[in-house]
Structure formats: C-alpha cells, structure tokens
Write a new protein. Structure first.
Length: 274
C-alpha cells in the first residue's frame, strides 16, 4: 500500500496496512532540499567512519555499507528525528514515549562496482529486526527513508507480506516464493512492523542506492547504542525535548542514590515511558 503524506487519511491507512500486511509506503516525506542535504551528508559521514573505525574493520564485520551513529559525525541527522510523518507513525504504533533503537545509514553499492561484493553473490538473508513475538503486542516499528527510488534493479528491500507477528518462522523456500520488492519513489518512507521478514535485494543498477533505516521501540527496551553517553549530555540537552526523549534522555538508569532520590521533575526516568 502506498499513500501520500499529503492526504488527509494517510496515517489511518498506514497504520491499518502495517497491522494487516506488516508494511506500508508513505510518499512525500522528505523535501527536495532535505533529500539533497541528507545524501551529501551520508557520504561525508561514510568517510568520517572509515577514518575513525577503519575500512578493514568494517569489511571484517560485513558493514562497509552500514553507517551507524551518524549523528556523532554530522548534526544534520538529528533533524530527521523531527520529521512529522515519522513521529506520527511512531506515536501511533509504539506510543508517544517510544525511543530510538537505531538510525543506520544504508549505502548499498552496485554489485559490479563493489570489489567486496561479487555480482553472483546471493541476496542477503531474510531476517526480522525484532525477532520476538509477544502475543502480537507491537514492540518495535521501522521507518526507512528512501534517498533513491527503490527498484528491483537497485536492490529494493524485499518483504514477505503478512509474515509479521508469527511465532513460527516460515521455511526459506516459502520466504523466497512469497517475497515482493518494495518499489517506491525517492523521498518515501517505508514503514514496517519490525517482526516482518525482509531482506535487502542485490543492487545491479551501476550506482549506489541510499536509505536510512530508523527503528523505534517501547521505551523500556535497550537501544543499539547508548545515544546519551555516545553524544554527551551537552549535545543532547541542546536538542528539542522530543528528540531528547527519542534518544533516551528520560529513560536513563540511576547510577547513584543521589540520582535515585532526585525530585520527580528531575528524575532520569519519567513516568509513562511504556
């Protein structure tokens, strides 16, 4: 299901599609200016991560095209946590007190141009970003921003519709048979239940395919990275309050009795974080 964020009923239709099929596409989420700035920033961050972590280390981890903790290298990526359509989806699924589990840049290189990915290499395996099913209680939601048009040629994400919230995983042959590519326009947001079975495709377009995957969870789950510690108190406190909340500022664990017995207005963990 694809719907424009400019339509009056886009949110209701999106939430219904995620509930029933496991995923939906929301178009017109980014402006042309946001797209231009974000694409340029991703390449700067890639170079900075290469310099900081080292290409060999990333290659051994199989993460040459994965950009983690981009906010530490370019403050532009904080602004993506203020996108109104994305926040509406998060509030409508994993609650207004949800936190950011991850914000990962995905730079999928074209197979024939990438010396680390042979053209004949099989497609990445199917997986779930949240591999736990808790009586169909939605614990995690993904919001992937398409910084290029997603097509079969450039490795559009493949999903198995209605495979979310299933306790018993289907066998591999069934996943391959049922998988469909999520082809969508640039500047779209692919929303999916994090228990949905999915996989990246193989990019054979001759050019990079860029995207940013956001995953949001209930506030009591641990994020992939402790963003408050990684970014520092000063940085986090300079951000909008909603962004502070998403980064985990109000879900910290007291480290001392002084922290524990703070006045309620100053506590590190706010009531209602669920």
């Amino acid at each position: 299901m694809q719907v424009s964020s400019r339509s009056s009923d886009w949110l209701d239709r999106t939430l219904a599609a995620v509930r029933d099929a496991g995923c939906a596409v929301v178009k017109d989420v980014l402006s042309e200016r946001q797209l231009e700035v974000t694409r340029a920033a991703m390449y700067r961050v890639r170079d900075a991560i290469f310099s900081s972590v080292g290409a060999d280390r990333l290659r051994r981890s199989g993460e040459l095209g994965v950009l983690r903790l981009m906010m530490q290298f370019d403050t532009h990526f904080f602004s993506l946590l203020e996108l109104t359509p994305m926040l509406a989806v998060v509030d409508g699924t994993v609650s207004p007190t949800a936190t950011l589990h991850l914000q990962n840049g995905l730079l999928l290189r074209s197979a024939e141009r990438d010396p680390d990915r042979a053209a004949a290499r099989p497609a990445p395996p199917f997986h779930r970003d949240f591999p736990r099913v808790l009586n169909r209680y939605l614990m995690s939601i993904n919001c992937m921003l398409a910084l290029d048009q997603f097509t079969n040629a450039n490795g559009a994400t493949r999903v198995v519709l209605a495979s979310h919230q299933q306790t018993d995983p289907p066998d591999l042959s069934d996943l391959e048979r049922r998988a469909v590519s999520i082809e969508c326009p640039v500047r779209s947001m692919i929303v999916f239940d994090s228990t949905l079975w999915h996989a990246a495709g193989i990019n054979r377009s001759g050019a990079d395919r860029l995207a940013i995957n956001h995953q949001f969870t209930r506030a009591y789950l641990k994020p992939q990275i402790d963003y408050v510690r990684a970014l520092g108190d000063k940085t986090v406190l300079g951000l909008p309050e909603k962004t502070q909340q998403l980064l985990g500022w109000y879900t910290r664990v007291p480290a001392s009795l002084e922290d524990y017995y703070r006045p309620e207005s100053e506590r590190l963990y706010r009531r209602g974080q669920g």
